[in-house]
Design a protein around this ligand. Sequence first.
Ligand code: SF4
Ligand code: SF4
Length: 208
Amino acid sequence: MKEITLSPELTKEITSIYQTLQEEYDKVAGEIGLTCKGCPDNCCDSYFLHHTYSEWAYLWQGLNLLDQETREQIINRAKEYIAQSAEPLAQGKHPQLMCPLNDNGLCGLYEHRMLICRTHGTPATMTTPDKQFIRFPGCFRCQEIVEKKYGAANDAPAMNRSQILSQLASVESRLFERKRHLYPKVKKNIAEMIVQGPPTVPLPHCER
Ligand code: SF4
Ligand code: SF4
């Protein structure tokens, strides 16, 4: 197996994508008047699957910056998460378990958190590769504000996720020198990405 690591250029690019995303999120949240301050919920128990080696490698860049003890605590929480999620997943349900990176209500890897964590909250739109337009209403708190302030959900401002996803897809493609289609798909929750370690792929035939 070969470990997948991000070059300094691709690392810089992901950081920049996340930065732009943050600015757009702040703009839309500001217009709507959405803030997480004082929210009775904590979205870090939402169940998400992640699909890129790039984000997986970026996550591990962050984990490797932590001291060993903290990293081991996170890995142990991730193992616990996997054990506890087995039953609901076997029943076809999404587990509602706190993310192993969450430490006392705060993200323990904020600068390296996943894209979905950065978009959750505000309304968003995207066009799928087969040209279907999708609109996400935002979190429950956002929906409450939108209903009072705008009436029709579609009148509220929304982030456009398509451009961001296409930029991330471009990073993913270049990570594999435009041969991404030759490697296995990724479909993992955050705990699996932590317990399995930095991303690896089978060696190409010519390197075996
Ligand atoms: S994103 Fe929404 S639900 Fe989640 S903490 Fe913020 S306000 Fe609350
Ligand atoms: S990575 Fe951070 S922000 Fe995302 S769910 Fe986990 S603790 Fe929350």
